[in-house]
Design a protein around this ligand. Sequence first.
Ligand SMILES: Cc1ncc(COP(=O)(O)O)c(C=O)c1O
Length: 488
Amino acid sequence: MTCLQFLPDPLDQAWLLQDPCIRATKGRAVARCSIRSHASIQTAPQSRRRDALISSPPAPVSGADDTADHTIEPAAAEPPWRQRLRAALGDLPAVRRRRLRSLAPTGAAALQPAPTEPQATADTRAGAASPPPPSPLLDLASNDYLGLSRDPAVLAAAAAELHASGLGATASRLICGTRPVHLQLEQALAAWLGRERVLLFPSGFQANLAAVCALADRHSLVLADRLIHHSLLAGVRACGARIKRFAHNDPADLERLLLSERRARPEARLLVLCESLYSMEGSTPPLAALAALCEHHRVPLLVDEAHALGVLGPGGRGLAHGIASVALVSGTFGKAFGSGGAFLAGDSLVGDWLLQSSGAFRYTTALAPPLAAGALAALGRIQADPEAASALLERSSRWRDALEAAGWPRPPGEGPILSVRLGDDAAALAAQERLEAAGLLALAIRPPTVPEGTARLRLVLRTGLPSGTLEKLLVALGPGPHLPSASR
Ligand SMILES: Cc1ncc(COP(=O)(O)O)c(C=O)c1O
């Protein structure tokens, strides 16, 4: 409550009030503390403010006298926000609860390089019977498409920055969190992508939230591909816009929606959202066609290039590269860049608007300098070695052909994400288990992450896979359902 009072401007208050917890609290604990502009808070009489502060009974301190008379409002055993969470959990459909996976790090072994020599520990020297370490699985699941998370130049740059600048930025960009490496990275990305302005964010999720909130508000209607990432949906929810979906990668369906909306409400504020490489499908949209439609209807288009950057488009610059009418490009360093953090790229007007208005940019600790340095070095590696991405795309195409020839449904798209549609949850899980037994880590993706009846095995390729991996995979998978029985 006190925080709300001292926010500098009404826009920030509006931002915070999107938060359901704060909205819910407003009706109770802060019932009499109406959300006023900064000016009116400054002049509110002290007595009224104190009145508002004491209108919420304090929670009993653990161990305090239970016989105390809480006649104003009996304190519940649990604070209301916990009760709300508990109720929401209880309301989860049973089918969804059952499918929540364990968070045990089953794949962690795969992400560690296999030790070159067995390490003798005190325990093994003493002959103690400790359980054998899990044998490492070969990673066909992470988004480290170019293997840059362990690239020596990237690691060296991050380590140097770590020693020069420290681990964290220690403040937001507008306080004292900006380091030279942030500016270098923003400028290098802007030049690489041919956009006027780039702003860094601590994560792609946050960048997407900021992007949607910058281009839409509660008066807007967002038209989004049916399969857009959860972070974009969170942005739509945060800004209070309405949403309608168009069929996946289907410009004709988008056009139908644009025409009907324009006819019904010529002045409607619209925003179109899509991705350039869908992480659970592996598919790519006809981006030029989507952009042309948006330009024709004078509607901004936001493209999430999280999975495409470094891999697709000229020199790995993504599919939106060269399409000037794209209003904002969102990218993350958590995939092909092998680092962490993210950015938004647009023209200087949109950049300025974000800088001025985006709480998600202004009120968060700046991207950790070592991550920024790692991302900058990764960009250098991507620029210096465009062949890595083309070799990966060639390999992806070979794997698609081989899977199809083995009777498996051909994974859509051309990028390094190969989504083998199996339909049935049990079939997808069984495939994951067969691969794991063969030393390969690839995940079964099931509802609610993907629509009901579309469970699939998600294989992710990257540079540096050992030769023979495809053959190992095909043996582990066995013949696919489309292979004529005579050839099995
Ligand atoms: C399409 C897409 N957009 C955005 C994000 C969020 O990026 P980050 O991991 O940097 O938060 C992800 C990550 O899963 C993603 O797949």
